[in-house]
Write a protein that binds this ligand. Sequence first.
Ligand code: GTP
Ligand code: IMP
Ligand code: MG
Length: 343
Amino acid sequence: MAIEMSVTVVVGGFFGDEGKGKIISYLAMKDNPSATVRGGVGPNAGHTVVYEGKSYKLRMLPSAILNKQTKLMISAGVLINPNVLLNEIKTFDVGSRVLIDSQCSIIEDAHIERDRGGHLKERIGTTGSGTGPANSDRVLRIAKIARDISSLKDYVGDVALEVNRLIDDGASIILEGTQGTFLSLYHGTYPYVTSKDVTASAICSDVGIGPKKVKDVFVVFKSYVTRVGEGFLPGEISEEEAIKRGWREVATVTGRVRRSAPFNLELAKRAIMLNSATQIALTKLDVIFPDASGMTSFEALSKEAKKFIEDIENSLRVPVSIISTGPEVFDTIDRRDQLRIMA
Ligand code: GTP
Ligand code: IMP
Ligand code: MG
């Protein structure tokens, strides 16, 4: 008997910080998945979840921490900084729900040191979290892995096996990507990129599932584009202009000011292609249309806001099925049912 697939992959469509944390926390509370599994690079990521006025910052755990039914897994492709991870497990008191793959590479102090000087700091402008040097040690086959670290032993297991078992049982799973499409080592703006591929296929390979197991790929776009560190940013505006428009942001992990630019359809089109996107999640609509703030219905949006969304759909030929209108988990317009009826 065929079992209905329910694996959803969520990835960033621009340069990271599109608001994946918000979108994944919404999907986790609304769809109640059995597990959320982190793919991507490692603790260079910063995700923010806001619920009932409280803000949760995450660098290692998946953004589904608020749904107590959901297991929190970290896949083999992800680098672990044990201090950061153990601190998050303790802070959010989620130890019983955590499973990390025994094959995750470990970030050590020496990696962080190498990431905070020379070419990586000066030319690339990395986050300094040790991820690039740790990935290079993995390629050299000298990196430690999670099963070598005694402080992690309570959480270590076989994530690939668990996820594939859950899929075979018909459970629903969210795979959480990090960074963004144009920070991909292979498909991004090389050399101003991160240390791995981070497109949807790479997230599946991090976890250990094949592409035929995926039902939906959400690409998350912010209503404008931001970038931290060096590299190409088409249509970049000055920091002064960004402040005027309310687009100026400060990075979660490094505290650096993010550069910004208007929404870019050409980049978005390429992100849709590179990820085989089936749906788009659009965040921060309220930042460019303040009257959309906190809205939960598409019909209630202004004509201008609707046109902004429809222009994206018409150009990209992919439905904008989730729209974020504020930082809170449920400041969200969910059009998935409506769009399914129309399809
Ligand atoms: P990812 O790295 O893609 O996960 O993004 P992030 O979650 O790290 O986002 P970031 O650290 O850039 O934080 C964005 C901030 O905007 C956080 O404080 C979020 O709570 C907030 N945010 C997310 N979505 C929206 C939205 O639709 N509207 C507004 N006003 N704020 C949002
Ligand atoms: P690294 O991943 O720390 O090596 O940094 C390489 C590049 O990717 C730099 O431009 C960083 O600013 C950027 N980067 C890495 N992770 C993130 C992220 O989560 N959000 C935004 N930019 C990131
Ligand atoms: Mg971020």
